[in-house]
Ligand binder design. Structure first.
Ligand SMILES: [Zn+2]
Length: 274
């Protein structure tokens, strides 16, 4: 168990990284970690996460009562408290607005396609918690539905949330989500996405056990009987015989042209008709 001073320093460093990577702007985002069995160390409200100092942090109890600190705890404290309540196995919570992942959250597109083996073995799927007004009790209510089975999720029209067995584990999951969102966006802009077949997903599920990767729920394919996202990490993964990668037939797999490119194509077509 890290000392309190180390945890304060870790929160400062993670806040700095999030701000430098553009995961937060202005005073967005918040970070917390368990301090023993009955207290939390948390970022304060209304500070830029890129310029925090260790003395700024708040200490609260598990009901959110402030025990120590000159500043008030994060405006999203209710969401953090709910996560700790639902996940006694987790030590840290990170919330940010990384732009590509948040773009998916705004578009209402979950990151649940079986495309990257490493994301499947670690996070499984990344669902979207329903829209909730930030800083209200609605947000913990929305998060509660998915947090028992997922270590990371998108928050509709808001951002992303991750948990971990320590601060860096939670932060790195945020990096993974944003990286995965970026790769997914590029693949979809290119107009094609090959999905990992269901047999291969089963093999990856087995690798979790082999390598001792702890996950709060099993991965399951979208049309399996057990597809309740409260208990299962649901992924889109087609059945395929003999092939481990299967071209996606998703309707979004289109080539997008600029107006000028489209105009050029039309002109070329007209010219070829003459
Ligand atoms: Zn937020």
């Amino acid at each position: 168990m890290s000392s309190e001073s180390q945890l304060r320093a870790d929160i400062v460093e993670i806040g700095r990284r999030m701000y430098m990577r553009g995961y937060t702007a202005s005073n967005d985002g918040n970070i917390s970690v368990r301090l023993g069995s009955d207290r939390l160390l948390m970022t304060p409200k209304s500070v830029c996460k890129g310029f925090m100092t260790p003395d700024m942090m708040c200490i609260t109890d598990l009901d959110g009562r402030k025990l120590q600190g000159d500043r008030d705890p994060s405006s999203e404290m209710l969401m953090h408290l709910e996560v700790y309540r639902q996940r006694p196995d987790m030590q840290a919570v990170v919330h940010a607005h990384p732009p590509t992942a948040t773009g998916f959250a705004v578009a209402g597109i979950p990151l649940n396609r079986a495309v990257l083996a490493e994301v499947l073995t670690t996070l499984g799927s990344i669902p979207i918690a329903e829209y909730a007004t930030p800083s209200t009790k609605e947000l913990p209510d929305a998060v509660r539905k998915y947090i028992k089975a997922h270590d990371g999720m998108l928050l509709a029209n808001h951002g992303a949330l991750t948990v971990g067995t320590d601060l860096y584990a939670a932060y790195y999951k945020m990096e993974t989500i944003e990286h995965f969102a970026h790769i997914s966006l590029v693949a979809r802009m290119l107009g094609r996405e090959n999905l990992i077949s269901r047999d291969e997903v089963d093999r990856l599920q087995g690798l979790r056990d082999t390598y001792g990767i702890k996950a709060p729920a099993p991965i399951c394919a979208i049309d399996e009987v057990m597809r309740d996202q409260a208990n299962c990490q649901v992924v889109e993964s087609p059945v395929s015989i003999g092939s481990r990668l299967v071209p996606s037939d998703n309707p979004e797999g289109e080539i997008r042209l600029t107006y000028r490119e489209l105009q050029q194509l039309i002109e070329d077509a007209i010219r070829s008709l003459r």
